[in-house]
Design a protein around this ligand. Sequence first.
Ligand SMILES: [Fe+2]
Ligand SMILES: [Fe+2]
Length: 172
Amino acid sequence: MDETNVEAESAAVKAMVRHHTELVARVQATTAELTRAIDIGDEDTAYNAHGILLEWGEREMLPHAAAEEAQLYRPAGAREEARLLVEALTADHQDLAALLDELRGAAGIEAATVASSLSRVFALHVEKENRVLLPFIARTPDLSLSAAVEGLVELVGDTHVHAPDESRHAHG
Ligand SMILES: [Fe+2]
Ligand SMILES: [Fe+2]
């Protein structure tokens, strides 16, 4: 990997970590709001926070997970040394989708409990991606994180990531 690639890969890791941090902050803040509202019996606020959480799950979390599976898990999982990691992360995505389904039908204290599980499982999952998956893709010469995430708002939010031309053509 030449120097341009090292820089591009490290910028891509930073962009994804930043987007992960935003996603975690949003689910944690809304879960806290829902829990507080249920605690004090503020039904309007609880109703709104529940709706915002469901919308976050459907519009942010699920598209993020789907984009990761296509752009990151598929190429990384094809490498023997990352296969089990990718299986475990994919199982997390299924657990998160199941929690979101559960949240849809939950109300009151049960909604607060499910939301808090969703928020915790999501934060732990993201931590594994940040610490293990992203560095693995970034340092593996045949894989390009910058090419995989370039232009995908589901993965890097508003941050512009540019892949060096050769990695885009070779692996995009
Ligand atoms: Fe994920
Ligand atoms: Fe992620």
